[in-house]
Design a protein around this ligand. Structure first.
Ligand code: PEP
Ligand code: MN
Length: 346
């Protein structure tokens, strides 16, 4: 395991003093960076376990005193934030449901104004980069100096892809692109909603140059009061962390630098060729647009477009290119082509 990666692990919820201390003891042997435990739990339905509340902060403090492990918890209100800071919590995070509500984020930002404690902001439940950035900006405006991001996936109606919260990696990558100075960690537990997919998702994050992971861990996962399906034992976490490969990021010295530069040069030239061809294709689209204008034809000719897609897909399938990628590129080309013809028509 790379030393500078942030590994946060611990139960979804702090359930009892014994459970928190047992978790801390086991996790402290694995070299994790923070013990996590939810003190106040935002539940989808009323009537389920909503966390032990303020008294659980004492359990966390005791666990830290016994093991030396820094402690982390989720805050959803100004009261939570004030209590957590008062208890000496070493890291706070804002949950996905809370990030989705600017009033709550503002209230928390004012409660933690000027603090140095790291505050991680989970993505909002919907795939809205602006809203996620807005939460960061609210913290920055209140003088919070140490902000990080947690990618926990996005809720949706369709869970057929097997995720509890669809990862939509491109959304997190766009956030990383827009706020490159912030650490981005991945929460495979809430993305997967099960135990079996955790390593794959964590590895994907490591391959995408994330700065760490947050994984839910419970001494007896099947008995957990919240998120029982996705929690793993500290022992299983140990083997997951041993299998997880952290790769070297940009700027770190690597032996293959020269070969890499050569291959990247080829990629740059190919990109130029691809886009020069695309420009030629658009010139032809414009010519077609002029013909359509002359003979009063619609810009969109659905039958023809279906033929184009079918031809290209048959070709790209034989080249081994991924369908989704090809379809997205074709969509973008089609939109630009329509746009060009639109300009000619009007
Ligand atoms: C959690 O981390 O236990 C939690 C409630 O997460 P999320 O905000 O991602 O649902
Ligand atoms: Mn949870």
């Amino acid at each position: 395991m790379s030393k500078d990666k942030i590994i946060i692990a611990g139960p979804c919820s702090a359930e009892s003093r014994e459970q928190v201390i047992a978790s801390a003891r086991a996790l402290s042997l694995l070299g994790v960076s923070y013990l996590r435990a939810g003190v106040w739990k935002p539940r989808t339905k009323p009537g389920s376990f909503e966390g032990a509340g303020d008294k659980a902060l004492e359990w966390l403090r005791e666990a830290k005193a016994l093991t030396g492990l820094p402690i982390a918890t989720e805050v959803a209100t100004a009261h939570h934030a004030a209590k957590a800071l008062e208890a000496g919590v070493d890291m706070l995070w804002i949950g996905a449901r809370t990030t989705s509500n600017p009033f709550s984020v503002q209230e928390i930002a004012e409660a933690v104004a000027g603090c140095d404690t790291p505050i991680f902001i989970k993505n909002p439940i919907n795939a809205d980069v602006e809203l996620w950035m807005g939460a960061v900006e609210r913290m920055e405006k209140c003088g919070v100096g140490n902000i990080g991001l947690i990618h926990r996936g996005f809720s949706g109606y369709d869970t057929s892809a097997g995720y509890r919260n669809a990862p939509l990696w491109q959304v997190a990558l766009e956030m990383k692109r827009r706020m490159p100075s912030l650490a981005m960690i991945c929460d495979p537990s809430h993305i997967c909603g099960n135990r079996t997919g955790l390593l794959d998702v964590a590895q994907r994050a490591a391959d995408l140059d994330y700065d760490g992971v947050m994984i839910e861990c419970h001494p007896t996962p099947e008995e957990a009061l919240t998120d029982a399906d996705q929690q793993i034992t500290p022992q299983t976490l140990g083997s997951l962390l041993a299998q997880l490969v952290w790769r070297r990021g940009e700027g770190e010295s690597v032996g293959c630098r020269e070969e890499l530069e050569q291959l990247r040069g080829t990629i740059d030239r190919l990109d130029e060729e691809i886009f020069s061809l695309l420009a030629k294709r658009m010139d032809i689209s414009e010519e077609i647009g002029r013909l359509k204008l002359r003979d009063n034809l619609t810009i969109l000719q659905s039958g023809r477009w279906q033929e184009v897609v079918a031809r290209v897909v048959a070709h790209t399938d034989s080249l081994g290119l991924g369908r989704q990628c090809v379809e997205q590129i074709l969509d973008a080309i089609h939109l630009e082509s329509i746009e060009r013809q639109n300009k000619i028509m009007h």
